[in-house]
Ligand binder design. Structure first.
Ligand SMILES: Cc1cc2nc3c(=O)[nH]c(=O)nc-3n(C[C@H](O)[C@H](O)[C@H](O)COP(=O)(O)OP(=O)(O)OC[C@H]3O[C@@H](n4cnc5c(N)ncnc54)[C@H](O)[C@@H]3O)c2cc1C
Length: 465
């Protein structure tokens, strides 16, 4: 019986060694391991894994092709629904999506769908095939931002024959995939740049260093530049702070700034001399994926690194795998601890952070038990850098420079399920609409918007005729 085979373990870099370098933590499966793991799939008639995948990849079909050694077939099946399998195989929260719904997971361990997707994605990057390009349909679409929502939207539109131009504010393409998620989880050249290359091969054009809202506007793209529709995938890159005393001291940074500096200025690469200050003791405030990335990056840059989180370990929003890796690498976790003040020296630099201990009370609206301060439990953690990883929201620039574009109370662009906004011809998706979420949800939103854009442009053409 296929399901009697235990889940094939994946090889990883030794924890002590990897805590001092930026090479990828997980080595992934080789062909033999991937085929053995593929043989565990039960090929359910009603595959719950497909329903749980936000982009609806035909998971049992690609696993069946892989199990028969037909890697091209497996890659083609994934390509129908995802243009970024090497990326998603690495960073998707599979434990709550496809693998979380796998029938084998009820009594044992689910099929390692993410690792299989990664294997097929990497094989495809090493063995590219000619992309099936569509005939130009005479319509142009502008896509703002080059993160996963935009890449998914642009790919689908290019496959339908649209001339797509992506406008990216930064000098590098990929959004959070390049400036947020660190190299040790997601290699920038061999994976992110390579998968973006595949999007370029579909005919999508990219223009970097274009800040929409400054260099051009959504209005000018539609009214002067001749685009038929615009997709906004500008993400949620504006960091939040706690609003506590001392947050403006030297040495307090947002996780976004810290990770962007590390990634875009190649601080992870020994051949670059990057001006980044990590100090000797770093405290990262927060418990999500961003906090884990920041604390593990600080450790690799040579600091003693600690997570401070106000709830208990059970409530940590970060992926279990990331928490496990962080612990293995020697990260200190201070749970049920909340900062109250950053303290500085006379020279204006951080020298510590005052905290209070917390206990958990009744569940709040998020369903998680809300933390309450324990009176008189104040204490200080000595540190020279504090990194705030408390979440992000969308930058208001595009909304404030586009006529008739509604935003929600939380400052996100208001859009329906299909990405339609209040402004005709303008669509949006990903973190810009939902607030900080995940790569695959952003891709799903980009794909839905591509479909809606196609319907909109065809409908308009029909009405005009
Ligand atoms: C450190 C970190 C770790 C994460 N880890 C994970 C993980 O493990 N798994 C997971 O699924 N998700 C993770 N996420 C979340 C995930 O990366 C995001 O949900 C996803 O990237 C959102 O995609 P997006 O396309 O909406 O926006 P983004 O990826 O943010 O891309 C938006 C792009 O738009 C550009 N832009 C913004 N404004 C303008 C403008 N005015 N003009 C032109 N361009 C503009 C930005 O420069 C950026 O390139 C992580 C996020 C961070 C920050």
């Amino acid at each position: 019986m296929a399901n009697r085979i235990p889940r094939v373990p994946v090889r990883e870099q030794d924890a002590k060694v990897r805590a001092t370098n930026f090479k990828e933590v997980c080595y992934g499966y080789d062909r033999e391991e991937a085929m053995l793991e593929a043989s565990r799939c039960l090929h359910c008639k009603n595959p719950r894994c497909v329903t749980a995948c936000p982009v609806g990849i035909s998971i049992p079909d690609f696993i069946a092709a892989l199990g028969q050694g037909d890697l091209r077939g497996a890659a083609d099946i994934i390509s129908r629904d995802s243009s970024l399998p090497s990326i998603c195989g690495r960073v998707c929260p599979q434990e709550t999506q496809c693998e979380g719904s796998c029938i084998l997971g009820i009594k044992g361990e689910p099929v390692a769908i993410g690792k299989l997707e990664r294997f097929v994605g990497d094989w495809q990057l090493a063995n590219p095939s000619e992309p099936a390009t569509a005939e130009d349909n005479g319509h142009r679409v502008a896509v703002i931002g080059s993160g996963p929502s935009s890449l998914a939207c642009a790919s689908d539109l290019a496959k339908l024959g649209y001339a797509v131009t992506v406008f990216e504010a930064l000098h590098e393409l990929g959004g959070v995939l390049v400036y947020g998620i660190p190299e040790f989880r997601l290699p920038k050249q061999s994976v992110v740049a390579a998968e973006i290359e595949n999007v370029k091969r579909l005919g999508v054009k990219f223009e970097t260093n274009v800040i929409v809202g400054r260099t051009v506007t959504v209005d000018s793209l539609l009214d002067e530049e001749g685009f038929d529709a615009v997709f906004i995938g500008s993400g949620a890159g504006l960091p939040r702070f706690m609003g506590i005393e001392g947050e403006n001291l030297n040495g307090v940074v947002s996780a976004n700034e810290f990770l962007t500096r590390t990634n875009l200025m190649h601080a992870y690469d020994e051949h670059f001399d990057t001006p980044i200050y990590v100090g000797s003791r770093v405290v990262v405030v927060g418990g999500g994926n961003v906090a884990m990335d920041a604390v593990r990056t600080a450790k690799r840059l040579g600091a003693e690194a600690t997570i401070v989180y106000r709830r208990s370990e059970k409530e940590l929003p970060a992926r279990a795998e990331e928490v496990h890796h962080a612990k293995e690498e020697g990260i200190e976790f201070r749970m049920l601890t909340n900062p109250t003040k950053v303290i500085g020296s006379d020279d204006g630099w951080v020298r510590g952070i005052n905290c209070v201990r917390m206990e958990l009370g009744e569940p709040d609206e998020s369903g998680r038990r809300s933390p309450k301060e324990i009176p008189g439990s104040d204490f200080t953690i000595g540190c020279d850098v504090v990194i705030m990883a408390l979440g992000t929201s969308p930058n208001p620039l595009i909304a404030s420079t586009t006529q008739g574009l509604d935003v929600t109370r939380r400052g996100c662009i208001a859009a329906d399920e299909c990405g339609r906004t209040s402004r005709e011809g303008v669509f949006a998706g990903g973190d810009a609409v939902t607030g900080a979420a995940t790569v695959i949800l952003a891709m799903g939103a980009g794909r839905k918007a591509a479909k809606a854009i196609d319907e909109y442009i065809k409908g308009k053409q029909f009405r005009e005729q």
